[in-house]
Design a protein around this ligand. Sequence first.
Ligand SMILES: C[S@@+](CC[C@H](N)C(=O)[O-])C[C@H]1O[C@@H](n2cnc3c(N)ncnc32)[C@H](O)[C@@H]1O
Length: 274
Amino acid sequence: MKPQKTIQKSAAEELAPGQSVPLLKALHILTHNGGINADSRRKLKQVQHLAQLIKPAIDAALAEKPEPVLADLGAGKSYLGFILYDLYFGPAGRGRVLNVEARPALVETARKIAAESGFTRMDFVEGTIAESQVGAVDIVTALHACDTATDEAILFALKHEAKFVALVPCCQAELAAQLDGAKGLLDQLWRHGMHRREFGSHLTNVLRGLYLEAHGYKVRVTEYTGFEHTQKNELIFAERHQRGNPRARAEFEKLAKEIGASPKLLNFIEAGTQ
Ligand SMILES: C[S@@+](CC[C@H](N)C(=O)[O-])C[C@H]1O[C@@H](n2cnc3c(N)ncnc32)[C@H](O)[C@@H]1O
């Protein structure tokens, strides 16, 4: 790739030390002239922030293994994967970044940018998260993976025995649809459509946290970044420390039953497959 290092002052303020300007131009986060528009600034802020939040997990994986693997699921244009490689995996000289994305055109462009950037330890898998079977994975990330794709990311993390999982869920429709017309002691909580969407989304993320705990992860749920950068602002960060947790599993089943919700994750827990 022909290096184009010029950058405007307002854009320069957004960059991490040592961050590649040619890469950000190739990703169209920076314009050809080194400027940045409002949408790209928001996206860059989101991705840089997640990169910072998961740096300790990447450092731990690099300290523990010679070639740790991070898988970013529902990668879109692979902004997160590229920035993690540029900031951490590239300078470390080891480890791989794997990007899973269902849309072929995005995968093709990302592969081209990786080749032009000399990012030889980036891999791209075209297909769904649920159907992807790769080798061992140490860290799973999923930034705004649509609807139940975040659940696929959780199941992927379990299947690949990932030690760290960082999820920033996107919109969530599965439980809101199930709650529509559902009766119960608490049904005032979801009588109105707007409350149903918000409560459905909240319940989904509560169940996701419990599901990870049931599988032996320690879970932290925090605000991801400023609301001015994204409305979808919940970070679920999990680190595995034991094989399973029967108490969390019972809480998961009890909550789903009391509300009358049956997310796909519940089927997996009942079947005992995950
Ligand atoms: C909202 S975008 C976010 C992209 C990227 N993570 C980011 O934050 O820039 C969600 C992406 O997930 C992909 N996606 C949705 N469901 C998927 C699935 N089941 N398997 C793989 N990719 C999926 C979509 O094609 C889309 O590119």
